[in-house]
Design a protein around this ligand. Structure first.
Ligand code: MSP
Length: 509
């Protein structure tokens, strides 16, 4: 099945932070999982380069906006390989392929009478690049902080007829209850739609904003940044038949209502284009309860963690800690707790023990299992249950629970080793003990192989390394790799591998 997956495109008015990194990782984990499940995945990410914020940041630096975008976009792009993101495409909204499609869609909507010109008089927030209404005021009559400087303006602009599609959208959402994940967000959209919609102002006069896509039917205006940005999902694949519509747009909850859940479906519908199958709205990473963002300055540089602990540990933490859709606090302490107990202890130790004991007791070659006892049978049963729960959990974006199950399996595998105590069996020459020793070595190696295969969409490099040290090359069909039994018989293992080294204490003084 085709699976076209997108992230939001990031504003390039500042450096990438943890929130941006999270969204890429989450989408990548979904993309890798769907590929494993046999889907034809197309994974798009990119940057949002037009608009007031970018123009202002470029001015501040005293350089032309495009040069500014080139620099910052390169920074966003360079983050992707460091996080092990497997995107198929990267779009910049300044690219010709994008601008062409935006202008085509605008012209088409204009020709169909979906866009009209009108005088506008009212209040405008430059920071949010939006027109304000009386209901946006605080009870004392002032404007909320988030709007920054608010000015009163009177000017002619172009408007997109949103309002006439309001009933259609409500009906669409009622019919497609799972359009937005998680469900409670869909309810929030329907709440929002209880109030009458205003038509959407999609133009900005050039004298106020130069940095945008000129309207094809009036050169005196550029396109409103959201109307431009949303179309990236379509423009990136417009000349690639069969890819549109998107399967999922992955975005943060702050940009669901109204842009993705209201403007976007209506824009597509008005343009006669099919709608995406769904929207996944994730929550926020917080620091001490506040949203991490450029404007508050409480941002965490994802690269610090990647440099210190590796991309897999970082990806694992983000997926294990965050219940997709909800918010989560990011602290170094909690990162270290999971790193130490789950990655270093559970997984790292199993790797060490498997390699050590195979080297010590079997000359580095994995034996075929002897007869299984109760301990092995119950571990195998746990495996089947773990795997069978894990897949639907990932299908439903419940990665944190899926990983928790995988960890339980690893904990039980380590407990199995304690109980079987191969080091004791290794001292005995009795045939039954030697049989059991072979069983124990084969069992722990097989459990390790399976766990590594199970979580490989979250920890791709570590899973590859584990296969390497087990002397194993996996086959092409992921599900086949998840069956217990025999695949490692006779494999020659490496002597050691330190997967998740203990962090060094910070230097004193
Ligand atoms: N440019 C728009 C999106 C246009 S999509 C057609 C934008 N850019 S952004 O840089 O502000 O945000 C990009 C994505 O990062 C959004 O989905 C946003 O929700 C996400 N995050 C930004 N800060 C975040 C956190 N602190 N936590 C998690 N994700 C958040 O909006």
């Amino acid at each position: 099945m085709k699976f076209y997956l997108t992230t939001a495109i990031d504003y390039v008015n500042g450096s990438p932070h943890l929130g941006h990194a999270y969204e890429k990782v989450l989408t990548d984990v979904i993309a890798r999982f769907r590929r494993q499940m046999g889907d034809q995945v197309h994974f798009l990410t990119g940057v949002d380069e037009h608009g007031q914020k970018v123009q202002a940041s470029a001015r501040q630096r005293g350089i032309p906006p495009l040069q500014f975008c080139d620099e910052v976009s390169a920074e966003f792009r360079s983050l992707l390989p460091l996080l092990n993101i497997s995107n198929d495409d990267f779009i910049r909204t300044t690219e010709e392929r994008h601008q062409r499609v935006v202008r085509q869609v605008l012209q088409q909507l204009f020709d169909k009478g979906e866009i009209y010109r009108a005088e506008y008089k009212g209040f405008y927030s430059t920071r949010q690049e939006q027109f304000l209404q009386e209901k946006d005021r605080l009870p004392d009559g002032s404007w909320p902080e988030l709007f920054g400087e608010v000015t009163e303006i009177a000017e002619a602009n172009y408007f997109f007829k949103l309002r006439q599609y309001q009933d259609w959208l409500v009906e669409f959402l009622m019919k497609n209850e799972n359009f937005i994940f998680p469900r409670n967000r869909q309810t929030q959209v329907l709440e929002f739609l209880k109030e009458p919609l205003n038509d959407l102002c999609i133009s900005r006069p050039r004298e106020r904003l130069e940095w945008g896509i000129p309207l094809p039917f009036d050169d005196g205006y550029v396109t409103y940044v959201w109307f431009d940005a949303l179309l990236n999902y379509y423009s990136a694949v417009a000349d690639r038949p069969g890819l549109w519509p998107a399967t999922y747009h992955v975005i943060g909850k702050d940009i669901l209502v109204p842009p993705h859940a209201v403007y976007w479906p209506i824009m597509l519908h008005a343009a006669g284009l099919p709608l995406p199958r769904g929207i996944l709205a994730h929550g926020w990473w917080l620091q001490r309860g506040a949203k991490m963002s450029k404007s508050t300055g409480n941002v965490l540089n994802p690269l610090d963690f990647v440099t210190e602990f590796g991309a897999d540990a970082f990806r694992y933490f983000l997926m294990r800690e965050m219940n997709v859709g909800q918010d989560s606090d990011f602290t170094r302490e909690q990162f270290l707790v999971r790193y130490n107990s789950e990655l270093a202890n559970n997984l790292g130790n199993l790797v060490n023990r498997t390699l050590n004991m195979t080297t010590r007791f079997a000359g580095g070659v994995l034996p075929a299992a002897g007869p299984a006892g109760d301990l092995e049978r119950s571990l195998q049963e746990l495996w089947v249950k773990t795997r069978d729960d894990f897949i639907p959990l990932c299908e439903g974006f419940q990665f944190h629970t899926a990983l928790e199950r995988a960890m339980v399996f690893l904990t039980e595998t380590n407990a199995y080793i304690e109980q079987r105590a191969p080091w004791k069996l290794g001292k005995s020459t009795a045939a039954a003990d030697q049989d059991l020793l072979r069983t124990a070595l084969a069992t722990m190696a097989e459990a390790l192989r399976l766990a590594a295969a199970l979580i490989q969409h979250v920890t791709p490099s570590s899973s590859v390394k584990i296969n390497e040290v087990l002397g194993y090359s996996p086959g092409p069909v992921w599900r086949d790799e998840l069956a217990w039994g025999g695949k490692l018989n006779g494999a020659r293992v490496a002597a050691s591998l330190v997967l998740f080294p203990r962090p060094q204490p910070p230097p004193k003084g």
